[in-house]
Design a protein around this ligand. Structure first.
Ligand SMILES: Nc1ncnc2c1ncn2[C@@H]1O[C@H](COP(=O)(O)OP(=O)(O)OP(=O)(O)O)[C@@H](O)[C@H]1O
Ligand SMILES: [Mg+2]
Length: 154
């Protein structure tokens, strides 16, 4: 587990970018934290690190649930499950097709997936400290998550 203090949006972008640059296989990442904690900001950095074209402006897919962006050999899949209430709805968004090695899947509001014991490779929890800095706790599970976290220089 790694803990990082991010003092501003630029630092959260940088973290996302560093992770994006280090990815060499499909991976799933959950982003947990309150409204405005910086989850989408992280995804913007991740997209930059993955080489997603700057013509895309990345916002939370709160209404369309899933947005996909081409990223070289990968596809960045950005999900926001805030409005989903049952696992049946996951089928409707084609969730099962996102599990191959070409997808970088990053999920805001992942609680529904946690309830069905979906295993993310990386989990990031965002919390505020008393100065409104963001405290990011990064957890890895499984081999690919541990490899990634291990080689990440922060
Ligand atoms: N250290 C920080 N890291 C990230 N964002 C920060 C930080 N400090 C300030 N901010 C600001 O906080 C806001 C974070 O918004 P963002 O959309 O990333 O949050 P979110 O967690 O995705 O929220 P939501 O759950 O509503 O989708 C941005 O306006 C950003 O500029
Ligand atoms: Mg968001």
């Amino acid at each position: 587990m790694k803990i990082i203090t991010s003092k501003n949006a630029a630092q959260t972008l940088e973290l996302g970018e560093a992770i994006g640059k280090s990815l060499s296989q499909g991976i799933s990442i959950s982003l947990k934290g309150e409204l405005g904690a910086g989850k989408t900001t992280f995804v913007q950095g991740l997209a930059k690190g993955l080489g997603v074209s700057e013509k895309y402006y990345i916002t939370s897919p709160t209404f369309n649930i899933i947005n996909e962006y081409p990223a070289g050999l990968f596809t960045l899949c950005h999900l926001d499950l805030y409005r989903l209430t049952s696992e049946d709805e996951l089928e409707g968004i084609g969730f099962d097709d996102l599990m191959d090695d070409t997808h970088i899947m990053v999920v805001e509001w992942p609680e529904l997936l946690e309830r069905i014991s979906f295993k993310f490779d990386i989990k990031i929890n965002f919390e505020f400290d008393e100065h409104y800095n963001r405290i990011l706790s990064i957890f890895a599970s499984g081999q690919s998550g541990s490899n990634l976290l291990g080689k990440l220089v922060l």
